[in-house]
Write a protein that binds this ligand. Structure first.
Ligand code: PLP
Length: 441
């Protein structure tokens, strides 16, 4: 970390690796000796399209994305994808099952925090009403039901609690004893605001319950051992490129805004299974809502992500960051480092909790690796706004910024994305120890 730079624990936009910022500064003046800066170059210039293709290949390699999936680059952030998945996957459903009524097109959401809630709200807004796009939005599990106080998002519910609708994968109407699969099954892998994350260990009850979605062959009327192509959507905005994605190939769509682990805001990465690149016009002829062109996956994919002007600068910086991930030893390396970082931080918070000074907000087993949230307690054991401020002021004095919790939630949040180094985390850990000692006395 350079002398005059603070450690940025912000949730996004967030810290970027110093070398990428320095390299970007140089290339803002002259990109690859073209004589034109990266923010000025045409998105159709071969230097840029070549760079974009390389970035695609690098992400594909790091995340082990199979050829069944396209990687597309777009804009509109995670919020844009809340809408895009509804339009694209309802169109897909219409093409697969043209005869269903709108309320038979289920959109099933796993609700674990602020961002999955926003996705549910957008789906309801789009689907409902006489001018809505059709589709029945259902919440298959609400994590608040399993919280310590009955109203907070502080956990990933255990597998047994997910109420996915039973479905058949048979495309033959006369074979259907159950309805077809839903149009969309949605989860947010890491809830940036509430600090809960699905476990990467698929045996853990806090991992995503794939087993419930992909039943054994005996439940699959078509048999033959083929996994059905389910429309599983994962919002990976705040954990993308921090560790490998479990069962990536079983997802229909994985999306992420770049502004956490990858680069500046303005770039959205979407990994889409090919069967979800739907012909919007053909679907519209069958009654599906037209897809706004900047949200249509097929349009973006067919034009290699340059249908319209992409966020050239953000793509450029993301390329530098991914190149660095490769140099450092890839996602396997980041997984190890990020695991150590979160273990150190949760470890010291546990000590602060035992001393009666701090309180971790998330139940054990559901803690995010990226966004760590806690509260500061007064002598009475209740949350103390004054001590919270004291903690934040002390952190600022020590060159550690952006630790204030989400605006509507309060508390403290340390976002420890890839660019926050292990020694940055150790610095925070030392300060938490010091604060705990001082307040305990
Ligand atoms: N999903 C998650 C998990 C997020 O953390 C965020 C933003 O922080 C979003 C979606 C929304 O992203 P954007 O602000 O890029 O629309």
């Amino acid at each position: 970390m350079s002398q005059d730079r603070a450690v940025n624990f912000g949730a996004g936009p967030s810290a970027l690796p110093l070398f990428a910022l320095q390299e970007a500064a140089t290339n803002l003046l002259n990109f690859q000796n073209t004589g034109i800066g990266i923010a000025e170059i045409s998105h159709r210039a071969k230097e840029f399209t070549g760079y974009l293709a390389e970035l695609e290949a690098r992400i594909r390699k790091q995340l082990d994305v199979p050829p069944t999936h396209k990687i597309i680059f777009t804009q509109g952030g995670g919020t844009g994808q809340f809408s895009a998945v509804v339009y694209n996957l309802l169109a897909r459903h219409r093409l697969l099952y043209p005869d269903l009524a709108d309320d038979e097109r289920r959109l099933e959401y796993v609700l674990t925090g602020n961002w999955s809630l926003k996705a549910v709200e957008e789906a309801r807004r789009l689907c409902t009403g006489p001018r809505g796009v059709g589709g029945d939005v259902k919440v298959v599990v609400d994590a608040r039901t399993f919280s310590k106080d009955g109203k907070s998002f502080d956990n990933i519910p255990p597998h047994a609690e997910y109420q996915f609708s039973p479905y058949t994968t048979s495309s033959l109407v006369h074979l259907r004893t159950r309805p077809p699969p839903p149009a969309l099954i949605y989860y947010c892998e890491n809830e940036t605001v509430h600090g809960v994350q699905f476990s990467e260990d698929l045996k853990s009850p806090q991992s995503f319950p794939f087993g419930l979605l992909f039943p054994p062959d005996s439940d699959n009327e078509e048999g033959g051992g083929n996994q059905p192509l389910l429309p599983l959507v994962g919002d990976y905005s705040s954990s993308f490129m921090s560790r490998p994605i479990p069962r990536l190939a079983d997802h229909a769509v994985i999306f992420a805004g770049a502004q956490k682990n990858l680069g500046p805001a303005g770039l959205t990465i979407v990994i889409v299974r090919q069967d979800c690149l739907v012909d919007a016009e053909a679907a519209a002829k069958l009654g599906a809502a037209p897809i706004p062109v900047t949200l249509a996956y097929k349009t973006i994919a067919d034009s290699n992500s340059v249908y319209n002007t992409p966020s050239v600068f953000a793509i450029y910086v993301a390329g530098l960051v991914v190149e660095n991930i490769e140099k450092e030893g890839g996602l396997a390396h980041y997984e190890q480092v990020n695991r150590r970082k979160k273990e150190k931080l949760y470890g010291v918070l546990k000590e602060g909790e035992e001393a009666g000074v701090l309180r971790r907000k998330v139940q054990e087993g559901s803690e995010s690796w990226m966004n760590v949230v806690w509260e500061v307690l007064g002598q009475d054991g209740l949350v103390s706004k004054e001590l919270e401020q004291k903690f934040l002021d002390g952190a600022t004095q020590r060159g550690m910024l952006s630790l204030k919790g989400y605006r509507s939630l309060g508390g403290i949040r340390a976002s420890i994305y890839n660019a926050v180094t292990e020694s940055d985390v150790e610095r925070l850990v030392a300060y938490i120890e010091e604060f705990t000692q001082a307040e305990k006395e």
